[in-house]
Design a protein around this ligand. Sequence first.
Ligand code: KIV
Length: 257
Amino acid sequence: MRKTIQDLNIMKDKKDKIIALTSYDYQTASILDEICDLILVGDSLGNVFQGKETTLSVTLDEIIYHAKAVDKAIANAHFCVDMPFMTYQKSTSSALENIGKVFKETNAQSVKIEMNPDLINLVNKANKIGIPIVAHVGLCPQSYNSYGGYKKQGKTKNERDYIYELAVESYQNGASLLVIEGVPEILADQITKDIEIPTIGIGAGGKTDGQILVAEDMLGITPLPRPSFVKSYTNIRDIIKKAAMEFRKDVKKKKFP
Ligand code: KIV
């Protein structure tokens, strides 16, 4: 059975670290499902799957297309789907319409949004309706243009206070999980201690309740350079290259049937 928000809360209580990875396709998700507590169809599919510089062009239809494929593979993990840029920021009512579409069409158990203070009302309303929201704080990739690139957040006290308050307010207004990206470990640790919902970190040190990585980064498929916080556990890029070279040799030598 798929892990619920309640199961992930129990893991936090037991200090059992939550394992999370992204996936955009059936095959990868079917391998990762057994190992992960949470699988996210991230809008990082813009960078990773579509080869774009940012996540900004990913559409609702594209995320739904990928989520439908991943849905077929998930039996064990919690299934979370990212809301793409400008599908939840315009108004609470249009956000709920789009979130509803994702839920109805993909079997998602939660959706992730990149937080700012104007979205607290959406978190609150979604919670009352019974829609689990994963609130993403810290480095929010959809703010690429206002940051001027992918930049670590929380460098100044003002930035740290902003992120801390946004995290606590998201929790107080009913967010079910928190993703904390690209902030100092000390800040992610403080947030993790001060709120009761699980925190999942990426580039935020080792003190969060769980960790998430983009699967292609973890597998060494993403071309170099990869983000500095990424540990690649294998080099699938080289393995694919080697296999394709063997195939090429066989075909050239007319060895292949
Ligand atoms: O889009 C994504 O894949 C993400 C995770 C890396 C947290 O937001």
